[in-house]
Design a protein around this ligand. Structure first.
Ligand SMILES: Cc1cc2nc3c(=O)[nH]c(=O)nc-3n(C[C@H](O)[C@H](O)[C@H](O)COP(=O)(O)O)c2cc1C
Length: 403
């Protein structure tokens, strides 16, 4: 039995060493062995057949964990930002020299999917599955709770594959009151996942909603990506009907068009997170990860592919005037967040800025949220708006240059 366990573990050990050397040399948070999958010794298993099964399952779980670690490292260490912009720079607020407001009365409170947030900010879905990710999630959750903002975790597929890593996502105890979002890839509905897996990831987190990320370009560029996106809409529809919490459809940085948003809302999705182009480029991230030249080139070619975030927000708002809408993809400060809200978004999501601060310290995160809130408040004050939704009044935001 011991030998059986040992044989099954060999590929993981190998990957673990590789992974540790990479992470230790480049990231500031430590990595432990604790969350790496090991084949559970089981006296009842038939030696050969089950060894293969364990090996394959372990291999895929370890692969997913390595991918998660790579994503953090690459986003922090490499330049994987879009060269094309979000489009927010094409707008400017009309400065109001007499706001007729006391700045201290400005109220950033926002409700989204039935929950109240103290400001309209979302920490976009990012990570989980490794010890480094657990520390990042825990810092993010602490600060989300302190400031009453929303938070998503990264894809929980890694926890379905290896339940040992469920605790790396579990931030509910740290952030009992926040709007907390579970996360899975929509395409997994074509790869054996169904209601049971979706319900499980929501339950693990006591999440308020499930984010289904939709990422065809990322899967194309990723070596051995999951690229069968056929017939997903009916599956999303069945899921939305059966799952007791709302489902949010989200891209990962290539944008959701108005036509796609309309179809997703038609099949029962409760909210859209456009995750448009202009920020972190997942084609570039996967290009950096790729081991073969073909995949690297594919990622580089599509580095700037996608619908700029500003376009997504304005266009989706036109076809869905009342749908809960999140703007994300390339938002880098409170001014970007304010433009997104003025264009029609309810919440402003950011991934990279929160990742960068979280990898430094909890204090850096506190400082980031304080600055974002101060920037948002300043926009409201200097446009004479007492609340974020007032930014949508005619004349507050104009095309830059009057065009
Ligand atoms: C390290 C990292 C990991 C990510 N993992 C996920 C994920 O698991 N699921 C998901 O929906 N989006 C994921 N994203 C994408 C972000 O949620 C976001 O859509 C994208 O990075 C664009 O936002 P940004 O320009 O503010 O970074 C990840 C982003 C980062 C930086």
């Amino acid at each position: 039995m011991g030998e059986h366990h040992h044989i099954a573990f060999i590929p993981c050990c190998f990957q673990l060493r590789l992974f540790q050397s990479v992470v230790h040399s480049r990231a500031s948070l430590p990595v432990t062995r604790q969350f790496f999958p090991t084949a559970a010794p089981d006296a009842n298993l038939e030696a050969n057949g089950d060894r293969t099964l364990h090996s394959a399952a372990d291999h895929s779980a370890a692969e997913t964990q390595n991918r998660k670690a790579d994503h953090i490292r690459i986003c922090l260490d490499e330049d994987v930002q879009f060269r094309q912009t979000t489009g927010f720079e094409r707008y400017r607020f009309t400065h109001c020299c007499l706001p007729e407001l006391d700045r201290d009365e400005i109220d950033l409170t926002t409700t989204f999917l039935g929950k109240t947030l103290r400001s309209p900010l979302l920490i976009s879905s990012m990570t989980g599955g490794t010890e480094q990710a657990r520390q990042i999630n825990s810092r993010l959750a602490t600060v989300a709770q302190q400031f009453g903002i929303a938070m998503g975790v990264g894809s929980q597929r890694v926890a379905i594959e290896n339940p040992d890593v469920v605790p790396t996502f579990d931030v509910r105890a740290i952030a009992p009151d926040i709007l907390l979002l579970a996360n899975l890839g929509a395409v997994q509905l074509n790869y054996t996942y169904g209601l049971s897996e979706c319900q499980r990831v929501v339950d693990w987190l006591q999440a308020d909603a499930l984010v289904l990320h939709i990422n065809p370009l990322q899967e194309c560029v990723q070596t051995k990506g999951d690229t069968n996106f056929r017939d997903l809409l009916p599956k999303i529809q069945a899921l939305c009907k059966a799952l007791p919490v709302p489902v949010i459809a989200k891209e990962v940085g290539n944008g959701i068009s108005s036509a796609m948003a309309a179809r997703l809302l038609e099949v029962g999705v409760s909210a859209i997170d456009v995750a448009g182009a202009g920020g972190t480029s997942w084609a570039l991230v996967e290009s950096e990860r790729a081991r073969d030249a073909k995949q690297r080139r594919l990622g580089a070619t599509f580095a700037n592919w996608g619908i700029p975030t500003a376009e997504c927000v304005t266009q989706v708002r036109q076809v869905a005037p009342h749908a809960p809408l999140i703007a994300s993809g390339g938002l880098r400060n409170g001014l970007d967040a304010a433009v997104a809200i003025a264009l029609g978004a309810d919440l402003a999501g950011m991934a990279y800025p929160f990742l960068k601060a979280a990898s430094t310290s909890e204090d850096a995160l506190v400082e980031l949220v304080e600055i974002l809130n101060a920037e948002l408040t300043t926009v409201l004050f200097c446009t004479g708006c007492a609340t974020p939704t007032a930014l949508r009044q005619p004349g507050v935001l104009e095309p830059a240059g009057g065009g």
